[in-house]
Ligand binder design. Sequence first.
Ligand code: ADP
Ligand code: MG
Length: 589
Amino acid sequence: MNASTRSRAALGISAAFILFAPFVLSEFYVTLMNYIGLATLIALGLVLLTGVAGLMSFGQQAFAGIGAYATGVLTVVYGGSPWLGLAAGLAITGVVATGLGLITVRLSGYYLPLSTIAWGISVYFLFGNLEILGRHNGLHGVPALELAGWTLDTGRSFYVLIWPVTLTALFAARNLLDSRAGRAVRALRFRATMAESFGIDTARLKLLIFLYAALLASLSGWLYAHFLRFVNPSSFTVNVGVEYLFMAVVGGASQVWGAVIGASLLTLLKEWLKDILPRFFDQSGNYEVIVFGLLMLPLLHRARDGLMPIFARLTGGGEVAERPVLAPALTKRIRPVKGDALLEVEAVRKNFGGLAAVQGVSFEVRAGEILGLIGPNGAGKSTVFNLVTGVLPANGGSIRFRGTRVDTLPARRIARLGIARTFQHVNLVSNMSVLENVAVGAHLRGARGTVSAMLRFDRSEERRLLHEAASQIERVGLGDHLAEPAGSLPLGKQRIVEIARALAADPLLLLLDEPAAGLRLQEKQALAELLSRLRAESMSILLVEHDMEFVMGLVDRLVVMDFGEKIAEGLPAQIQIDPVVLEAYLGGQ
Ligand code: ADP
Ligand code: MG
């Protein structure tokens, strides 16, 4: 059996199990599976939020609480319909999560987890203290759901609602991760600057994921309330929030199916401990919590990426990236007329504290040329590069691209105008395939968002994006590495992947920061050939380079910087014999 048949078989067996479980299992186990389904919904939100986007939350149980209490109050206190309760719960969660997300997702380090803990604690006390919510007794007599004339008042009948909902959420999340929007989410955790440089609005995307995770939790809370038929604050303590986070991490925080594994394992383990421990200890203590915690330690230590990778290995691994099928080419920008001024940098300045890293530098890049920006280490080249691309704000001067002022725009707006870049320190998402990394470059050439990705309405656009990415990878000569994780390539090849990613944006101006660094002689020659070929196809290139030899035979003109100032400009032949340049270079070496 090969890997993909085995993995399909595993999925088939799981699906069959979920389908037939209510017919073969006892009511007790069906109920347990219901709890697993409810927990999976919340853990799934955490997989996306924490595992993929890197935003740690201890506050998901509070959103579940909002979903549960909203329907509790509406049905018990006001006698409303549970469906109205669902709508109210989701609406309140939506508003609260958006407000909270606007404040918190921009926080970094431990501020975010701390603020979710604070949020969780305050919501818990709110539940316990409000008269209308029944204080610590909660709300009893939540009505059973009616579905097509059928009353869902047993574990078995409720199963028919919970699992289809849970599976839908799982497939939607899987679809999301495997899309234009999903690649953007996967990129923003470790490579936010890169993502912004390719037009991705990282703050908005983080907020969307935060909102989606909150809505999943709220939905789970609504189901929970109608399944248990009562609501009380003890289901929504911060402890419970920590358990959900455990589920996501133990399952495999970055993988959708990890949520099911984590939720199953922890729910069963807790149940089993509750059953077995009282035989050894006295009946009254909550020993399961202690043993549970102690079991988590070695598990997290031994399997840092959670159990999903182990499970995937047993079942034949995940999906294997392949060369995408042929698809209609994406539309391309109209190239400017050769020789026209494309980028105009005028008297631009940048200070870092007392250090004047760039002091009034001016130059222009013309359409169809390769302009080399050279200078010794620390001359200010990368800083100029970052000013042009909007990664850093300038302290003075102006930068225009095709007549538009860009020095006041954020990186993602500049990308939209047709500037694409590589990074001096390689900025690839190492666990993503070369194909997906390059497809991130084509982000702005697609338009489909998170919702169409979940519903798979994005497939034809997605094929075109992936086909474009594959073409660029072949263009730079890395066709054989398309399916490999980008991080597994040698550094020299990773730099070339960066160029392919920039080309996938269909830029009018390509900015390369030391692309030849770390390349072997042969690779340097191949790179020079590639850049010449791009110029022949009327690409304009600003090439920042430390290696004089590499640029001499390649560029049309050179600008030389030293200590933040432009010290020379001209043809390579002139620069090569310019005494000021020689002095700077030899002195700076
Ligand atoms: P180059 O790319 O030509 O080697 P850089 O533009 O990276 O030079 O750096 C120019 C000067 O600015 C150096 O002295 C460097 O130490 C300093 N510098 C660069 N980036 C920063 C930063 N983010 N904060 C403080 N100093 C910086
Ligand atoms: Mg540099």
